[in-house]
Design a protein around this ligand. Sequence first.
Ligand code: PL4
Length: 402
Amino acid sequence: MLKRNIHIANLKAGYLFPEIARRRRDFAESHPDAKIISLGVGNTTEPLLPHICEGLVEGARRLGNVKTYSGYMDEGLEELRVLINNVFYNSQFAADEIFISDGAKCDIGRLQTLFGKDVKTAVQDPSYPVYVDGSVISGAAGAWDDSGYSGITYLPCTPENEYFPDLSVIKTGSLIYFCSPNNPTGAVAAKDQLSLLVKRALETNSIIIFDAAYSEYIRDSSLPKTIYAIAGAENCAIEVNSFSKSAGFTGVRLGWSIVPKTLKFSGGESVNADWARIQSTLFNGASNIAQFGALAALSGEGRKELTALTDFYLENARLIQNAAQQLSIECTGGSNSPYIWARFPGEESWDVFKRILEKCHIVTTPGSGFGPSGESFIRFSAFGHRESVEEACKRLLTVNWR
Ligand code: PL4
């Protein structure tokens, strides 16, 4: 018999989202008449918009024609990389600094392979669980005790610091995970805050993994959509992004990473070259059909659709924010982000989750699942059909659950 991978044994709990699904299933089984609404997992619900959908259909048609058929396309369509560069990065990168992938989560997992088990890690607390759980699986997180994993520097993001952490605790030579607009708090870092982050990364010889999965939800034009809006980021940051939340590609699967050639390891080796090596070894390229969908999404018509879709979810967020305000619940997020982060002082997140599920039949996400500083918070996701969100708000306002 083989011994179990010791790092997997170090995982403190099951992955957050299947655990929520399990509790929802248990509740549904014991309450078969309950009409459960999910404001839990951040999963898109609206159909693909017509121009983008046609791009996917065109991608499938091309595979059905001998003249346009394509097989493995490891590096991604050159045309798509050029478009991503033009649309999101003001053409500042070369095509071989842009890597097309099957999504931001998958890239984060492979990036953990790039840095290995000996890297020091710093994460916003709370944060998307993949940063910490993935670090545990790769062996970089160390052992668990009540204050968290010993190999991880937690960067608390709380109402008291307006969700921007104290960066002075970041150790030299760290891998820093930073997400803006943030999941779960919905907070968006301002330009001067990201400048401080880049400055700290440069002075500590650290590398930032900047997760911009929700960048298309930013409506305030003063807020940066990419870390590369900050001078010097090309020397200390990798960015991951995705079409999941902007184009509704959660099930289609397409994302990208930017690894500038100016980014170096402490020995002067190229991070870009190692990333290319890992991607070509552990990944076989994104779906060709999905890439044609992405080409359509970045055309003039497609970009209007991206705005329409993200506007739709932002309106949902506004409705949830509004309901929370009427209930005098302290909240953040929801304006440039699809998440609303609600505070329940003195209560445990899972207790509040349970109460909202049992009394209102609404699934949320308990804040403690995102890290120690998430305790006493609940995340409401704005991904849902309009009538479901309206009904959920009505229940929150009329049912006696608090
Ligand atoms: C549930 C900050 C959602 N099963 O779709 P991808 O892989 O391009 O992007 C995933 C992703 C990347 N970065 C951030 C994210 O928040 C997400 C998606 N997060 C959520 O509810 O927090 C979906 C979670 C999914 C998962 O585990 O990712």
